[in-house]
Design a protein around this ligand. Structure first.
Ligand SMILES: [Fe+2]
Length: 257
């Protein structure tokens, strides 16, 4: 009993001593954040654009000719992709989505507006698409090749499965190679600007390769011959990038622009 009588006053004294210090520390951090924002004269839109990059194409617009011509590339990147980017920033401005990574938005996309879902998808999906293409000759790693063999039987079988998904997808959308929970690979397609990171698709996974099968991606050059566009896609895939994304996905990381 004597011990308890001694300990209680000591605890009260310690708590009283700590509380003002914690409050002061929080106030200092808060003041520092406000001060830094004021110093930099940042507006909400500035913050959006600093946080969500709209990167340059990783090659010249004509670099993928003759498989994707320069006119399509310029329109697709400058008009369509940039349009999604601007509408994405407008959609999240002033909402709880602002400040979250695309991956975080997709994980709870059902909680956000249709404009956020469509334009966040359009912003992210196109960036994945540009950066899994290259004019250079590249090769996949042995590790990715072994995984494709295990899950599809052969690399050719995988390509056929992916091509079929891209060619047969009804209307606008995307075909994907994804890493499932448990690290197996699968081919899926998604409508509109949905992607496999979204919590609204039937099969979620981490995407490592994609093709845009919206008509704006090929119609000016291929007209209604989507199959020819898909067949030519294989001649410009950046297997180094896909292999790198595969390694990231095995560690649970998602590629972000
Ligand atoms: Fe597109």
């Amino acid at each position: 009993m004597k011990k308890l009588i001694l300990i209680v006053p000591i605890l009260i004294a310690v708590l009283l001593a700590c509380q003002p210090a914690n409050e002061k520390k929080n106030a200092d951090i808060s003041n520092q954040e406000v001060s830094e924002s004021q110093d930099m004269n940042l507006t909400a839109n500035d913050l959006d654009e600093a946080m969500y990059a709209f990167n340059d194409l990783p090659y010249k617009a004509d670099a993928l000719e003759p498989f994707i011509d320069a006119k399509i590339m310029q329109l697709h990147y400058d008009k369509h992709h940039k349009g999604y980017y601007k509408k994405f920033l407008a959609a999240i401005d002033g909402t709880s989505a602002n400040g979250l990574s695309p991956e975080q938005i997709f994980a709870n996309v059902s909680n956000y507006s249709a404009a956020t879902r469509n334009n966040a998808g359009g912003y992210y999906n196109h960036w994945m698409f540009w950066t899994n293409l290259t004019p250079e000759s590249t090769e996949m790693t042995d590790k990715l090749k072994a995984a494709l063999l295990e899950d599809f039987g052969s690399v050719d079988n995988f390509k056929q499965s992916f091509s079929t998904a891209a060619k047969s997808h009804f209307g606008s959308g995307w075909a994907w190679l994804i890493v499932l929970p448990g690290n197996h690979l699968a081919v899926v397609s998604t409508p509109n600007q949905d992607n496999p990171l979204m919590n609204v698709v039937p099969e979620q996974g981490i995407p490592i390769l994609t093709i845009d099968v919206w008509e704006h991606a090929y119609y000016l050059q291929y007209e209604n011959r989507r199959a020819e566009y898909v067949d030519n896609f294989w001649k410009i895939v950046d297997w180094s990038a896909v292999s790198e994304r595969y390694e990231m996905a095995l560690d649970g990381y998602v590629y972000n622009p």
